[in-house]
Design a protein around this ligand. Structure first.
Ligand SMILES: [Zn+2]
Ligand SMILES: [Zn+2]
Length: 442
């Protein structure tokens, strides 16, 4: 062995010897995530998360109105001694744990509720009529705080900085877009996000490499005719009939114009018009969503929706306007998981849960504003299962009967913490040489 080989062996030895045992990449690399799952299941972390989740569940707030939720999170971060930036994107909070220097890795939770009435009768039911945490974002906040508590405990061993992203307005408002626009992710190398899921058993996760969730847009159209007596239709211009034809024509876009192998959706979910049995109304308003897995298909749908609504309304002598509502509801890009982060996820989740608990998912036509992060840095989004075979079957997200199985909380917290610290360990090269202690040791 020549001098340089000896030198490199010496350096490698010192790098690993200087790394605290819990974060060692050598013999105990599989210990690290397992340790975090055990830590997350301990009463001081589990009960902490349950308490936070229930408190947020009782007081749901819609997108960009998460003022109390934001206050609660900041109070918890203060308690934990975690510094943060606020306000970011109105109610958002960005916390920091670790050295305060690169590499930076982010873990994200969304905070907003839905405009729907909770139908589940339980002790911690929503106290706000017409608002409900029906997508589990209350659990997401609790999990990220649980991860923060665990990570803070190990702060001295973290090889870089974990960035906590508490974002507003995921449900259509594009809170992630505003977080990105605030420059929050400028030095961040990667970001992880999760969603609770009733579609996987408790203790299992699901995800995939590449496109996972669709790009999403909303539209609203007003079709105007001329109102009058229902018994004298010849003196009116009937927008109900025109709109009915508009909707049928919109359905032809996917069935006749899209490649059958290129998944797309156009759904009209709102139809408002008329007030009586015997009156032809002046106008009808419809609204809906369109989804696709490529930018080209998405733009083509957008273009054709506008064209079809206006032209088909004109066939029945109506005028139509189409609004894509991008101010309130920016188009969500396709959620595309980074290939290298997929491998990282499989290895971390595999050692934390067992390799057979890490499921490969089919893409879904659902959408996530996590995709805004993935447009600027590598990102990875995954589902955390909470279905418990021995209990009742859980309803899907956005159902008024949706319930969170709180036993899922430790899994989310542990995955967040383990994915982040092990990512930092695997990417020490991101540390600037002047800051790196490895350099100093030479
Ligand atoms: Zn949702
Ligand atoms: Zn959600």
């Amino acid at each position: 062995m020549n001098f340089f080989n000896w030198l490199s062996l010496f350096i490698v030895f010192h790098v690993f010897a200087a790394t605290p045992r819990i974060f060692s990449l050598t013999d105990s690399s599989t210990q690290l995530p397992v340790n975090f799952l055990d830590a997350a299941k301990k009463p001081e972390v589990f009960d902490y998360m349950v308490r936070i989740r229930r408190k947020i569940h009782e007081n749901p707030e819609l997108g960009y109105e998460e003022f109390e939720t934001s206050k609660l999170i900041r109070a918890e971060l203060d308690q934990l001694g975690i510094p943060y930036k606020h306000p970011v994107a109105i109610t958002g909070i960005i916390g920091f744990i670790g050295t305060g220097r690169s590499p930076f890795v982010a873990i994200r939770a969304d905070m907003d509720a839905l405009p729907m009435q909770e139908m589940v009768e339980w002790e911690h039911k929503s106290k706000v009529p017409g608002k409900m945490h029906g997508c589990g974002h209350d659990a997401h906040v609790a999990m990220l705080l649980g991860a923060a508590k665990i990570l803070k405990h190990h702060e001295k061993e973290i090889q870089g900085t974990v960035v906590l992203v508490f974002q507003p307005a995921e449900e259509g408002g594009g809170g992630a877009k505003r977080i990105v626009e605030a420059g929050t992710l400028e030095n961040v190398s990667a970001i992880f996000g999760l969603h609770v899921s009733p579609n996987f058993p408790l203790g299992e996760v699901g995800s995939r490499s590449g496109p996972m969730l669709a790009g999403n847009g909303f539209f609203e159209a007003i079709i105007r005719g001329k109102g009058g007596h229902a018994a004298i239709p010849q003196q009116s211009i009937d927008p109900i009939l025109a709109t009915s034809n508009v909707i049928i024509s919109l359905q032809n876009l996917v069935s006749r114009e899209a490649d059958p192998l290129d998944s797309q959706v156009v759904t009209v979910g709102k139809f408002q018009g008329g007030s009586a049995f015997n009156i032809i109304p002046d106008s009808v308003t419809i609204g809906g969503t369109f989804r696709a897995f490529s930018k080209e298909s998405f733009q083509q749908l957008r273009h054709r929706i506008e064209q079809v609504v206006i032209a088909q309304a004109a066939v029945q002598r109506c005028n139509a306007t189409v609004n894509f509502l991008q101010e309130q509801n920016p188009f969500f890009p396709v959620t595309i998981n980074d290939g290298d982060l997929h491998e990282h996820f499989r290895s971390v989740a595999g050692s934390l849960l067992g390799v057979n608990k890490v499921n490969n998912m089919q893409p879904l036509m659902g959408a996530e504003d996590f995709s805004f992060y993935q447009e600027v840095i590598p990102g990875y989004f995954f589902m955390v299962g909470m279905q418990n075979a021995s209990h009742e079957k859980l309803e899907q997200v956005h159902s008024p009967y949706f319930k969170v199985n709180e036993d899922v909380l430790p899994y989310g917290a542990a995955l967040h913490a383990s994915l982040a610290v092990s990512y930092l360990l695997k990417h020490p090269q991101d540390i600037a040489p002047a800051e790196g202690k490895y350099h100093d040791e030479l």
